[in-house]
Structure formats: structure tokens, C-alpha cells
Design a protein around this ligand. Structure first.
Ligand SMILES: [Mn+2]
Length: 329
């Protein structure tokens, strides 16, 4: 069922025990929204548990409170058992239940199960879904929610929410960045978020291995369809060679897109027995349509999917014709 901010206020004010959940392959918005909201709810004297299936990526281990993000499902069960019927689940920045990971179906047994999200393709999988696709980020919605509940931001919450909005807007470069985004962010800075410090942690904290990985990844750059599609890839051997992991490829996708002629950037990432694909576009190209054809999803300008049991070359070969078709329509 669709919900609005006022429904969320009612549910959050009533609940005493709240589980916050976010998606696998967590990004800045997922983590920052979860940790920021957790801090706000604790100020309201709620008991809060943060759960995600995968550990917090190293890049985000400067966010205040990141250590409280639980990856143990047993902890969720314990928390839910201790609350009896009075437990609320709030899922953040997630458009599809599959993105909750293996425990999704078990998590979904918590009621009410509330979703706060800004993904265009959100399929309304919650008992209540507050979804606003025009928003820059889930964190921007959390800021409004805090305002609607009359809550202020601690410096810790402000830092988490600032980092979330900064990452999801590509540092305030994407068109989803609105005047409201800037107003929200101004408030976060007033409340103690330090943009210089946060941006340095997010963007200027590469290990040498990560820079060397970037060097190898950029060497794979290829252009297709009259230079409108740029493809880069990372293999397991490159990561072994530089002592890095997939985590270290965060943001690499944005580099091929800087070429003037490029409308779609593709990043193919080799995992063990699977390839994950990130798509970024500009102009009128809706890459979420293409991602959906391959079982994925996301936003018009930023989407992705994963293919199991195929090699990098095979994934690229099946993807390119679909992209060209989307470009030409
Ligand atoms: Mn987001």
C-alpha cells in the first residue's frame, strides 16, 4: 500500500522497537540513511537494530556508528522475539525485495513492513511504501521525515545523511539534485556535517592498490556504437594483482562517462561465477529499461544487473545490442 510521510511519522512514533534494513551491495545512500535514521530514532528513545546482509564496505567505515550495522540474522530474530508484536521494520533505499538478500523472505514476515525509497522501479513490496522517485536520495527523504517528527540532527546523524546525499547525487551533479536537496544539506551542515572532511574520506582516500587497479581498468576502455557506448571491465586477476576487491571499484563507472560523445557507460565486474554490470547514462537514455531485460533494475540514469555462469565477453556480447536498441529508440 502506498504511504506518505505522515503515515511514516505515525508508525515511527508508535513503535518502540524498530529494525532498519537496507540492500545488498550497500552504497552511501543505503548506509547513510540507515545509520542517520537509527541515530534520530535513538534520540526519540526507540530501541533500534540496523541489519544488512553484507559487511559495511571499507570506504564507508568513517560513518559514525557503522559498527552497529548487524550482518547476523540471528540478532534480528532475537530482537524481534524480544519485542513480541511491537516491532516495526523499515526498509531503506531498496526497490525490490530480492535486493534484501537471502533473508528477504524471513525479514518480510515482520509487520508492519515499511519501505522508504526513491527508486523509480520500486515494486511496492512493503505493507506500506513511501516512494518518491523524483528525490535525489533516500537520505533526503529521511531528513524531511526527521523534520516532520520535530527531531534535530546530531553531528553523527548529519554526517551520515550528508555522505548519503553527496554520494547518491554524484556530489550534487546529477539532475535529481533539487533546490530542496541543497536546503536539506544546508541544514545538515548547520547541524555539524563537515563537507570538506566527508568528501576527503569519500573521494580522496585511495590506497595505492586502488589507484593501480584504476590504471588497469581504464586500460580496458572500449567504445562502441559511434562512440556512444563506453565499456570498461575489471577481472578477478586485476584485483588479485593489486591486492584489491570489488569494493575498490566504487565510482570507476563515472570515468568513461566523461567522454563527450558517450551516452552510456558500462562497467563489467567479474566475480566468482558471475558478472555484475553497472550502467550509467545521460541524455534521454533510460538504462533501467535495459537492466530490467537482464533481471536487474535501478534508476533511469543509474542501473545494474547480475548474470550468473557467464564470462565477461559473453555478458558484453548480449548487452551491447540491447543498449544500441535503447539508444536508437
Ligand atoms: Mn539511493
Amino acid at each position: 500500500m502506498k504511504a506518505g510521510i505522515e503515515d511514516l511519522v505515525v508508525h515511527l512514533q508508535q513503535a518502540q522497537q524498530i529494525v532498519l534494513i537496507t540492500h545488498i551491495k550497500p552504497d552511501g545512500d543505503a548506509l547513510g540513511s540507515m545509520l542517520g535514521l537509527a541515530d534520530i530514532l535513538r534520540q526519540m528513545e526507540k530501541s533500534v537494530l540496523c541489519y544488512l546482509e553484507e559487511p559495511v564496505p571499507h570506504l564507508y567505515r568513517f560513518l559514525p556508528g557503522w559498527q552497529q550495522a548487524e550482518t547476523s540474522f540471528a540478532k534480528v530474530e532475537e530482537f524481534v522475539d524480544s519485542g513480541g508484536q511491537d516491532v516495526l521494520a523499515v526498509v531503506l533505499d531498496c526497490g525490490d525485495m530480492a535486493r534484501l538478500g537471502k533473508k528477504g523472505p524471513q525479514l518480510r514476515k515482520i509487520h508492519p513492513f515499511v519501505v522508504i525509497d526513491h527508486h523509480k522501479g520500486n515494486n511496492g513490496f512493503g505493507d506500506l511504501s513511501w516512494v518518491e522517485p523524483g528525490r535525489s536520495s533516500t537520505a533526503e527523504m529521511i531528513c524531511d521525515l526527521a523534520g516532520a517528527m520535530g527531531q534535530h540532527f546530531s553531528p553523527a546523524a548529519a554526517t551520515c545523511l550528508y555522505a548519503a546525499i553527496a554520494t547518491d547525487t554524484g556530489s550534487f551533479r546529477y539532475e535529481s539534485t533539487s533546490s530542496h536537496t541543497y536546503r536539506v544539506v544546508a541544514r545538515l551542515v548547520d547541524c555539524g556535517a563537515q563537507p570538506g572532511d566527508i568528501n576527503e574520506k569519500l573521494y580522496d582516500s585511495y590506497s595505492l592498490g586502488r589507484l593501480q587497479l584504476l590504471q588497469q581498468v581504464l586500460a580496458t576502455l572500449e567504445l562502441f556504437a559511434d562512440d556512444r557506448v563506453a565499456v570498461i571491465s575489471v577481472s578477478e586477476s586485476m584485483m588479485a594483482d593489486t591486492g584489491t576487491t570489488l569494493e575498490d571499484t566504487e565510482d570507476f563507472i563515472n570515468l568513461p562517462r566523461v567522454v563527450e560523445s558517450v551516452q552510456v557507460a558500462v562497467f563489467l565486474k567479474e566475480g566468482s561465477n558471475s558478472v555484475s554490470v553497472s550502467l550509467r547514462s545521460r541524455g534521454n537514455v533510460d538504462v533501467s529499461q535495459v537492466a530490467q531485460m537482464f533481471g536487474g533494475g535501478g534508476h533511469a540514469r543509474a542501473s545494474g544487473f547480475r548474470q550468473n555462469g557467464l564470462a565477461l565477453d559473453a555478458v558484453r556480447a548480449s548487452l551491447l545490442p540491447a543498449l544500441v536498441k535503447e539508444l536508437d529508440c
